[in-house]
Design a protein around this ligand. Structure first.
Ligand code: AMP
Ligand code: MN
Ligand code: MN
Ligand code: MN
Length: 281
């Protein structure tokens, strides 16, 4: 086995649904001796300038990233872009298009949750939002936990916010083709994030991976806090079968919430896989 590397290529700041500012996040990465760090906020690059500046100050090797929301086979898929030029017009225009509709969706979620009997959901969730352009289900979950209705965000998702639950509002995100092409137009590499989280049939997975490879997609996030060791193993095999590189990241959102701290990843990639971060080391 390759030596464990404190490489963390998936994290969130206040620019999306994380609770630390980009600078606080980078400071934490420095304290955790992260060897290579990427900020990958949902559908926005608004936190990258601050993160890059802090990374320079704290001496943390930094990769600019983004996590794009995609609709595929009726499911929401996340595609991480790494090593992007966040000023690339195709990417910024695409992300703007994906963000459009998030606020209207959030209003509908608030109304749906209020219809379930929770009070002041809109105002409550907004107190947790730092980027008004980017309201996520996580902000609603945080509010409902904070207001004492649930003991964990997981419980809110399980009962109200997951697909099919009463607080869930369907939304049309980017297509897989759009996400990969925007990332490539920005000079980045495209990574299927936390694949173990999606509820797709084997047929749908085959279709997704075939299309991803066809589009020139680059990697799969093999090591993530969303995978247990069995899932990690499964995605290692898929990387081999499709000739895709492998990525890893904590998907850190908040000290009190996230199962893995920045850089503290529970597993190591097998030697034969190509680490997607090779090009930045
Ligand atoms: P959205 O992009 O608005 O659909 O929100 C998705 C976000 O909700 C994810 O990025 C996570 O931060 C959060 N999330 C999804 N499922 C869970 C869960 N089971 N527990 C806690 N947070 C979750
Ligand atoms: Mn999130
Ligand atoms: Mn995600
Ligand atoms: Mn994420």
């Amino acid at each position: 086995m390759r030596k464990a590397q404190r490489v963390d290529l998936h994290s969130h700041s206040t620019a999306s649904d994380g609770v630390l500012t980009p600078s606080e996040l980078v400071k934490r990465a420095a304290q955790n001796r992260v060897a290579l760090f990427a900020l990958t906020d949902h559908d926005t690059v608004a936190g990258l300038a601050e993160a890059r500046e802090a990374a320079g100050q704290f001496g943390v090797p930094f990769v600019a990233g983004v996590e794009i929301s995609v609709s595929f086979a009726g499911e929401t898929i996340h595609v991480v872009g790494l090593g992007i030029d966040e000023t690339a017009p195709a990417l910024t225009a695409g992300l703007k298009q994906v963000r459009r509709g998030r606020t209207a969706r959030a209003r509908k979620m608030a109304a749906a949750l209020e219809a379930c009997g929770f009070a002041d959901v809109w105002e409550g969730a907004l107190r947790f939002v730092r980027n008004p352009d980017l309201i996520s289900r996580a902000h609603f979950a945080r509010y409902l936990v904070h207001a004492g209705h649930f003991s964990s965000m997981n419980a809110v998702f399980a009962h109200y916010l997951a697909k099919g639950k009463p607080g869930y509002v369907d939304h049309q995100w980017a297509t897989l083709q759009e996400a990969v092409s925007w990332i490539h137009a920005a000079g980045g590499v495209a990574v299927v994030a936390h694949p173990g989280r999606y509820r797709l049939s084997e047929r749908e997975w085959n279709a997704l991976l075939a299309e991803f490879v066809d589009l020139g997609g680059d990697a799969i996030e093999v090591i993530t806090s969303a995978h247990d060791p069995n899932a990690t193993n499964h995605w290692v095999h898929i990387c081999r079968r499709y000739g895709l590189a492998a990525s890893q990241g904590s998907d850190f959102h908040a000290p009190e919430e996230s199962p893995w701290d920045l850089g503290a990843l529970g597993h190591t990639l097998p030697d034969d896989l190509v680490p997607v971060w090779q090009r930045w080391q």
